[in-house]
Design a protein around this ligand. Structure first.
Ligand code: TYD
Ligand code: MG
Length: 459
């Protein structure tokens, strides 16, 4: 048998290189090669001659399960996203940007769960027990069954979980956890992957649900959580919303329940507060938005994201060309939308200054945002505001047609969960949904910009 061999694997395509390169020669991606230790030659073949372990296959029909094995956390918004509560042995990943409130949410949940079911172990690699205590005091945590430990070493974390035998263990965060067998730094691909795999095994073996916290960087493409999604049973993301102090807990993957659920929270002085009735928050009480403001929903991967588009159409008094100032959308896209509105609707936008802004610093790069941008421009131009709980999405073509976009159903579902019970979607999407037998009360459709204008600004 030979010695272990070091190779470099591309994390994008899996191609194995003998040396490190900046770019994978197979798929052409940059910076995707990571070091791997390969088992000595011969070990791979041995596995084929393995003998059965202690656990043998059994007939599926003979296996007993009880549905009552779900344990509600006591936080209704969280239970819904979890599909009813915690399951024994479940490995749960909670991802989100640093500072969004992951530790706060888990500490609050830990306190509730400890009060209901007994010992909860909260392990932090980022804060000292004293810091956790201060935070817990602020949050009003008081369960004597809540145990904390500052630790970053995988071996001692596992030992602590084994000896304390908590009902639930929380590891905050997976990026600060390191296995001393590995030479790579905490947070590196190898550490994060192997520590997760071992903690998942521990969860199964001890039937302890384990929550792992994973930090996600701004662009969402992290070495951590994305890579871990297939290792765990449940993936939750905690994220902000266009109205910044609200937080959305979103199920991305759930082996035990629906993935489409979201839970809504509000960050306050005393931690996160559940928002059981989002309609009241987002839609106000039947009021309307300021003119020029429109809410649209974009898809980020599979995730719908609500955002507010603001437009200001102002008289142009200067010399030369009127201004076209954009933040968060493509200037060429705006030029196209303005030209279509001018030509199809006879609106003299060419002689106005036009400003368009996507609030919250988000970039709306999807064509599906066109209809919302166009509606925001008309709303400002006519000085007519839209109802506050109204949402629009759709792509606009050069001849003024409103084109169907992909993912209409998840967009509408998200909007409705956040209290937007009315809106306008492309006629093509409305047709498709009807064909599938899906009906949404209160949602209008438009096949062209003329229809949008007539429905929203000519009543
Ligand atoms: P935190 O839970 O530490 O974020 P994460 O673990 O995702 O990095 O949340 C930190 C933010 O939350 C911080 O900016 C302060 C704010 N916060 C409150 O507004 N109220 C509170 O009661 C607490 C505990 C935090
Ligand atoms: Mg934290």
């Amino acid at each position: 048998m030979g010695k272990p061999k070091t190779v470099f694997c591309c994390t994008a395509c899996g191609h194995v290189h003998p040396k490190w390169f900046g770019r994978c020669s197979q798929c052409g991606e940059w910076n995707t090669l990571v070091e791997e230790i390969q088992p000595p030659a011969g070990v791979r073949e041995e596995v084929l001659r393995a003998t059965p372990g202690s656990s043998r296959a059994e007939p599926l029909s003979g296996i007993q399960v009880s549905e009552s094995e779900r344990y509600a956390t006591g936080i209704a918004e969280m239970d819904r996203v979890l599909g009813g509560g915690l399951l024994p042995g479940a490995a749960i990943l909670l991802g989100g940007e640093p500072g969004i409130g992951k530790s706060t949410l888990l500490l609050q949940a830990a306190d509730q769960i400890a009060a209901r079911y007994g010992r909860v172990l909260y392990i932090s690699g980022e804060e000292s027990p004293a810091q956790i205590k201060l935070r817990a005091q602020r949050l009003g945590s008081q369960s004597p069954e809540l145990f904390v430990k500052a630790d970053t070493q995988l071996e001692s974390i596992i030992a602590e979980i084994r000896s304390l035998q908590p009902f639930l263990a929380i590891v905050d965060s997976i990026q600060t956890t390191a296995w001393s067998e590995l030479t790579s730094a905490p947070g590196s691909v190898g550490q994060v992957r192997d520590c997760t795999a071992l903690l998942v095994r521990l969860a199964k073996e001890t039937a302890t649900p384990i929550v792992l916290v994973g930090h996600v960087t701004k662009d969402g493409n992290i070495a951590g959580p994305r890579m871990l999604e297939h290792l765990v049973d449940v993936v939750l993301y905690f994220e902000g919303d266009p109205h910044r102090h609200y937080r959305i807990l979103r199920g991305i993957k759930n082996r035990f329940g629906s993935t489409y659920e979201i839970g809504l929270f509000e960050m306050s002085e005393k931690g996160l507060r559940e928002v059981p009735n989002p309609a009241a928050v987002f839609a106000g009480t039947g009021g309307s938005r300021p003119p020029g403001s429109v809410v649209t929903v974009m898809l980020e991967g599979n995730r719908p994201l609500l955002l507010e588009v603001q437009a200001l159409v102002a008289p142009f008094h200067g010399y030369g060309f009127p201004r076209r100032t954009v933040t968060g959308i493509d200037a060429n896209r705006l030029a196209m939308i303005l030209a279509v509105l001018e030509k199809r609707l006879n609106i003299p936008l060419g002689s106005r200054d036009v400003f368009v802004n996507v609030t919250g610093g988000i970039t709306l790069s999807e064509p599906a945002g066109d209809l919302g941008i166009a509606a925001a421009i008309l709303s400002s131009y006519f000085d007519i505001s839209l109802p506050s709980q109204y949402i629009l999405f759709g792509e606009i073509g050069l001849s003024g047609e409103v084109r169907a976009v992909h993912g209409a159903e998840p967009r509408i579902r998200e909007a409705r969960q956040l209290g937007y019970n009315a809106g306008m979607i492309p006629a093509g999407n409305a047709r498709d949904l009807r064909r599938q037998g899906i009906h949404f009360e209160g949602w209008a459709q438009a096949g062209a910009v003329e229809e949008m204008k007539a429905a929203l600004f000519e009543s």
